[in-house]
Design a protein around this ligand. Structure first.
Ligand SMILES: C[S@@+](CC[C@H](N)C(=O)[O-])C[C@H]1O[C@@H](n2cnc3c(N)ncnc32)[C@H](O)[C@@H]1O
Ligand code: SF4
Length: 364
């Protein structure tokens, strides 16, 4: 039984050029029926969920763009959990929304900041301006949120190292509990990639330096670099994103909504990304069409290593003998990229800086 629930709310006011998530623009009139469908899917999958959940994550899309009454009804109907996160776009966070989220049980908000530089926000087609971000942050604090995360993106066309330093500085000044810093991924063939091709190539050359800047600046400010792209304040509370941690630790999770992925008992499935089909099937109390992928043991082990080594805690190696390349392991140890102690494995700081390449080498 799983203790982690993901709920996908696909609606957005506008589709940002760089975004590759399952999103639907507008459709105000359909938000309530979509929430009905989510709750119907939850009922169909109840048996998969443990009686008490550790985490619930409402992701998007823009969950906070969902019509407020529908969003409130959804949050009130979902099972409670120790950590309930809602993703929010800054321009949607009013004083009223912040209070409502808190009242219906959310205790963590992940704010899509991306950058504090107006020229970069424009490239990303973001509605929020730096002041919008600050206002949203204060509304959340005023409503009682003591666990706020910022998403930042680097490698944006037109960005300089100084811009990135400024973004990190402005984020740290607000002092959120958690920060996720993502390298911009631009899919070939998209409108965004066409528009910024040459600049994206320049940015790609600077990515390693940017990553170093991010890690150095945030760790110097006292943040824990607990996962490749994720940082949190330290102290008495564990402020790591507990929901995402469940993914990285290879735990089971149930995903509801269009395009949502679930991994339960060695099986993975992905719901149809088609809104109409999803809503129609669930209105008839039938499971939506799904792509099903049974996970072979070695696939699960490889995934466990790829994800586990992104964390700053050693990974127990028991049972991984068939998928680890012993010769590569020894070579990477000699190069100071991997550390092995008793039955655990971890990447050194240098190894973590090199990212997934080192881990891929380790796999037979
Ligand atoms: C599911 S998205 C939605 C968040 C929210 N709708 C927003 O735009 O602020 C979560 C995060 O993924 C990151 N993201 C989205 N597209 C990305 C891309 N192409 N490359 C890197 N990060 C991306 C952004 O930082 C974003 O805040
Ligand atoms: S608002 Fe967020 S989810 Fe929606 S299109 Fe923009 S980046 Fe994607």
């Amino acid at each position: 039984m799983t203790r982690h629930l993901y709920v996908h709310l696909p609606f957005c006011a506008h589709r940002c050029g760089y975004c590759d998530f399952v999103t639907v623009v507008g459709r105000r009139g359909q938000h309530a029926t979509y929430v009905d469908a989510l709750l119907a899917e939850l009922e169909l999958e109840r048996d998969v969920l443990a009686p008490e959940l550790d985490t619930v994550f409402l992701g998007g899309g823009t969950p906070t763009f969902t019509e407020p009454a529908a969003l409130e009804r959804l949050l009130a109907a979902l099972p409670s959990a120790r950590e309930v996160t809602v993703e929010a776009n800054p321009e949607t966070v009013t004083q009223e929304l912040a209070r409502t989220l808190r009242r219906v049980g959310a205790n963590r908000v992940s704010l899509g900041v991306q950058s504090f530089q107006p020229h970069l926000l424009e490239v990303l087609e973001r509605v929020a301006q730096p002041d919008t971000v600050r206002r949203a942050f204060y509304h959340l604090r005023d409503a009682g949120f003591d666990n706020i995360s910022f998403d930042l993106i680097y490698g944006i066309p037109g960005q300089s190292a100084a811009d990135l330093e400024a973004d990190l500085g402005e984020a740290l000044e607000l002092d959120p509990e958690h920060l996720s810093c993502y390298e911009l991924e631009a899919k070939p063939g998209t409108r965004f990639t066409h528009a910024h091709g040459a600049e994206l190539e320049l940015q790609a050359e600077a990515m390693e330096t940017y990553f170093e800047i991010v890690v150095e600046r945030l760790t110097a400010a006292g943040h824990r670099w607990y996962e490749t792209a994720n940082f949190c304040r330290t102290g008495t509370r564990d402020l790591r994103a507990q929901h995402n941690l469940a993914y990285w630790l290879g735990r089971d999770y149930l995903g509801l909504g269009i395009g949502a992925v679930s991994t339960v008992g060695g099986n993975r499935w992905r719901n149809t990304p088609r809104l109409r089909l999803y809503v129609e099937e669930l209105a008839a109390r039938r499971r939506p069409p799904r792509e099903l992928e049974p996970l072979a043991r070695d696939v699960q082990q490889r995934e466990r290593i790829m994800l586990g080594l992104r964390l700053d805690e050693p990974l127990r190696m028991t049972g991984f003998d068939d998928v680890l390349d012993e010769a590569a392991l020894e070579r990477l140890q000699r190069l100071g990229l991997v550390e092995r102690a008793n039955d655990t494995l971890s990447l050194t700081s240098r190894g973590r800086m090199l990212g997934g390449g080192v881990t891929a080498d380790l796999l037979a």
